[in-house]
Write a protein that binds this ligand. Structure first.
Ligand code: DQA
Length: 245
């Protein structure tokens, strides 16, 4: 089965709070759900990714090579100046559709220019969420060959496809885990210097209930347990650091 990646760039996590005149009133979750449902209708897998950071978007594009068949990308404000994202789109050799919720050609002058347009297959703008759905339809009709898909599905081993997807996710998760541990270490060092208590129970509860809310059923409780284990490991490392002092 083919896979479409939906990439949303900076500030699109704040949909629902941004100017409804340009962006509508739906949230990012609403937008992503609409894309996932469209994927079911089109018979493709859909993965969604959002980041505020240029480097995370570029890394995501690199990691898409060999596993993603088409990309629908709203690069947000990076559209207008990120040559680095443009270069990443060009090098991955995956068809990318450029999407904008608003009509960038009828807004401020600085939004008229897209530096990624030339390396994307087509630009959809001013149609809200519908633009994403049309871009997905066009990826499937213009760039996903049916014959290749049929040949692939007769050969494909669904178990190894799923395992490969999990391996990729684990890789990304471990990079984030290491980053998180490094921040915890820095916090422990700052607190050791000032003599402040490392453990703040209220904060742990806050993080756990945020984890529960961030993930849909049936995974909310698992998300809580997952984050609880990460907090336990980070506390363990912080304790080691405070004892070293
Ligand atoms: C946008 C348009 C960009 O100019 C802006 O910076 C965004 C969103 C859109 O979807 O209309 O963040 O890409």
């Amino acid at each position: 089965m083919k896979t479409i990646l939906i990439v949303n760039g900076p500030n699109l996590s704040m949909l629902g709070k941004r100017d409804p005149k340009h962006y509508g009133s739906g949230t990012l979750k609403d937008l992503e759900n609409a894309c996932v449902n469209k994927g079911i209708e089109l018979g493709v897998k859909v993965e969604c990714f959002q980041s505020e950071s240029e480097s995370a978007i570029i890394r995501k594009l690199h990691m898409s090579m060999g596993r993603i068949d088409g990309i629908v990308m709203n690069a947000g404000a990076y559209t207008h100046y990120s040559i680095a994202i443009r270069d990443a789109i060009e090098l991955i050799k995956i068809p990318v559709m450029e999407v904008h919720l608003s009509d960038i050609h009828n807004r401020e002058d600085f939004r008229n220019r897209s530096v990624i347009e030339a390396v994307c297959k087509k630009q959809f703008c001013g149609m809200g969420v519908k633009g994403y759905l049309l871009a997905m339809e066009e990826l499937v009709s213009e760039y996903f060959s049916k014959e290749a898909d049929e040949a692939e599905s007769s050969e494909a081993d669904p178990l190894s496809e799923e395992r490969a997807a999990i391996n990729e996710i684990d890789k990304e998760m471990l990079v984030l885990f290491e980053r998180r541990m490094k921040h915890s270490e820095r916090i422990a060092k700052i607190k050791a210097q000032s003599g402040a208590a490392i453990y703040v129970p209220g904060r742990e509860q806050e993080i756990l209930s945020a984890a529960e809310k961030a993930v849909d059923e049936p995974y909310s409780d698992y998300a809580r347990q997952f984050v609880q284990e990460i907090l336990r490991l980070s506390k363990e490392r912080q304790k080691e650091i405070s004892e070293e002092k």
